[in-house]
Ligand binder design. Structure first.
Ligand code: SF4
Length: 97
């Protein structure tokens, strides 16, 4: 089983860190956030993860962190790997043009 591990940044108190309010801290099976592949049962897993992320109070911060730290695997901020790649590419294009 994979654990969701968040590392606190230096100078950030545990109380003020967004990770402390993450909905996924309560999930008993963190593997749901790390599907293998992007077809078949992995799609169901991705949807289950997104359902957990949807009401998460820190999903925006989570998404930005995942993009900034180049998290390649898993669902973060309610977005799959492929969706985050699209966001990153879109931002690059908008900053160029
Ligand atoms: S948005 Fe999803 S992955 Fe991110 S902290 Fe919330 S529940 Fe966890």
């Amino acid at each position: 089983m994979k654990e969701i591990t968040f590392y606190l940044e230096s100078g950030v108190s545990p109380e003020s860190d967004w990770r402390q309010r993450a909905n996924c801290r309560e999930v008993t099976d963190p593997d749901v956030f790390f599907p293998i592949g992007s077809t078949g049962s992995a799609l169901d897993q991705i949807e289950r993860a997104k359902q957990i992320c949807q009401p998460c109070p820190v999903k925006r911060a989570c998404l930005e962190w995942a993009i900034e730290t180049h998290q390649e695997c898993g669902v973060w901020g309610g977005f799959s790997e492929e969706e985050r790649k699209s966001i990153t590419v879109g931002r690059r294009h908008s900053s160029i043009g």
